[in-house]
Write a protein that binds this ligand. Structure first.
Ligand code: HPA
Ligand SMILES: [Zn+2]
Length: 353
């Protein structure tokens, strides 16, 4: 638990999470359990980190960069096979998030990383939908699924997966709220994905994209210009690169940046949490949310991210109110759900002011 006097307030504050990879919530205990259940051999003979929960957790403390992390992330998720595995994974996250007062979550998943192993898209969707229904019933949590396409695979693979989801009616019936794009960034710039984003845009499908994490601020500008992205996941490089023109545009367009401070430290995007550009975000009036990205790998769920920032920056209750309300306003939920969430935040802030 963090030592800040605002810890109880931060714990009680109703939260929205917009940048969370379901596969990144696979805790080592569940990873080993599923590898035994599904007879999936982990590469322990070539990488001693896979020897035990303890050695794996120790390795997670030493990620050098995004690709170093992604190697473990893709091996980890290879233990997921059945609809029930995906349901268990998602429900474990929703339960943990509910305990940290997440009231609305828009979560990513990486279909190609599973379909390439012979798992049906329908099995993923079935498992996730069951977990979503349980989260609604058990915690009153609203949730949305965002299908991410993988940048390290060829563009036709992304287009094929997108088309499969669209033909299954998953966008039209609300099963999927949006498309996103993740995995390695630097070698796979936004122009590669223009056809995919054009197809989504012309079909009225929402679009977000990981940009400005390891890639430069110019990739964010390209994501806005070429992909017509409505939201940017990470986007920290706009501030590290001091791209004032881009920052002004983000403010003017009210583009939500879904930011992930502990992830940025763990993947060496910034040297320490004190280097997170929180003051610049607040001073410039950028719309942003604070998120956990891959909490099983980065030593912290959403509350640990809030607390790490509070310990470094000592914000006021009013600052947090504005962050929490900004996250609601940037959410892809109904206007009536936004009203409910804003009222819940107002209630908690009243108790603390
Ligand atoms: O932070 C991330 N960046 C890119 N790809 C990812 N896939 C899971 N997490 C990430
Ligand atoms: Zn991410």
């Amino acid at each position: 638990m963090c030592r800040t006097p605002l810890h109880p307030f931060l714990a009680a504050l109703p939260k929205c999470e917009h940048h969370l990879h379901l596969e990144g919530t696979l805790e080592p205990e569940l990873l080993f359990e599923l590898s035994r259940k599904n007879n999936i051999t982990l590469p322990a003979s070539t990488d001693p980190a896979f020897g035990s929960v303890e050695t794996l957790l120790a390795r997670y403390k030493t990620f050098k960069n995004l690709d170093d992390f992604l190697g473990y992330y893709y091996i980890g998720m290879s233990v997921l096979l059945h609809a029930s595995d995906f349901e268990a994974l998602a429900y474990a996250y929703f339960s943990k998030a509910a305990s940290q007062r997440v009231r609305h979550a828009e979560v990513f998943f990486d279909p190609q990383a599973h379909t390439s192993r012979g798992v049906d898209l329908a099995a993923l969707v079935e498992g996730f939908k069951k977990a979503q229904a349980r989260a609604r019933a058990d915690f009153g949590m609203s949730t949305e699924l965002i299908m991410c396409l993988l940048r390290h695979l060829p563009p036709p693979s992304a287009m094929e997966t997108f088309s499969q989801a669209r033909e299954a009616g998953y966008f039209a019936d609300g099963t999927l709220a949006a498309i996103g794009m993740d995995s390695s960034e630097l070698p796979f710039p936004p122009p590669m994905w223009k056809d995919l984003y054009d197809a989504a845009g012309s079909g009225g499908i929402r679009r977000t994209v990981h940009a400005g994490e390891e890639g430069p601020a110019s990739y964010m500008t390209q994501a806005l210009d070429l992909l017509d992205a409505q939201r940017i996941d990470h986007g920290i490089r706009a501030f590290l690169d001091e791209d004032d023109k881009l920052i002004a545009r983000l403010v003017r367009q009210k583009t939500l940046l879904t930011m992930c401070p502990l992830s940025n430290v763990k993947l060496n995007v910034i040297p320490s949490i004190a280097d997170f550009p929180l003051k610049k975000l607040l001073d410039a009036g950028v719309t942003f949310s604070i998120n956990s990205d891959d909490p099983a790998y980065f030593e912290g769920y959403i509350l640990e991210n809030y607390c790490a920032l509070q310990e470094a920056f000592q914000l006021s209750v009013r600052d947090w109110e504005s962050i929490a309300k900004g996250a609601v306003m940037g959410s892809w939920c109904s206007e009536s759900r936004k009203e409910e969430l804003l009222a819940e935040i107002g209630e908690v802030v009243r108790q603390w002011t």
